[in-house]
Design a protein around this ligand. Sequence first.
Ligand code: FES
Length: 259
Amino acid sequence: MYLTGYDISILRFTWGVIEDILNHSKSIKSFNIRVREPRDLDPGQFIMLWIPGLEEVPLSPSYYDGSLMRITVMKRGPTTEAIHRLRIGDRVFYRGPFGNGFKVSNKGRYLLVGGGYGASPIIYTAHKIREYGYEAMYVEGVKTESDALFIDEAKSLGLDTILVTEDGSSGIKGLVTDYIEEVISEYDYLLGCGPEGMLLKLLELCNRYGVECQLSFEAIVKCGVGICGSCELYNTGLLVCRDGPVFDSRILSRYLGGV
Ligand code: FES
């Protein structure tokens, strides 16, 4: 059974206190949370955040150092609107981390691609890659300049940093996948998170150019531990919460075909 050998401590709720709040835009905020109990959390893994009286929300932190965890939350409904109303000093509860994150221990050149709000786990991954001392380029693709999230932070890490805007309001004008096609052959690994269409295009590019990729997919996550079946990826039998949310190109190509 799946839970055999599972570290069951991650099923237990823990909590933290909000220390700081950053407003990125009307619909996106980041919360710095001082956590009470350090738990190993790889970039790309997710937690189930809970505010009493509301549903749990799966969130992949945008930073974590064992003591401080940053979550970046987009307003999408009543629960995320309630999270946006939280203040400094409020407590939040969570269980996890769950799932498989990005693996960044191999030496090489990394191309990091965040589409919109999907940049959250990518910037945390960027921090890890810098810890390892590997080379990386950070690329964020958004509709317009005001949607950009972590461009300054990526620059402060010393990464080559590119912003791609669909309307040309800042950086390079166009689709992020068009830009990636121009540079992908210079890299050993591509790590991506963002809208489904972007991810499938990135998978196709990685297959075409022979670049190993790891892509983080979103799904409706309820239990978070592979029991309810709500998060199946495209009728493949793969569960985003258990087998992902980060999948490598070998698995994706086997289950999704040549794309
Ligand atoms: S959320 Fe229940 S199986 Fe994935």
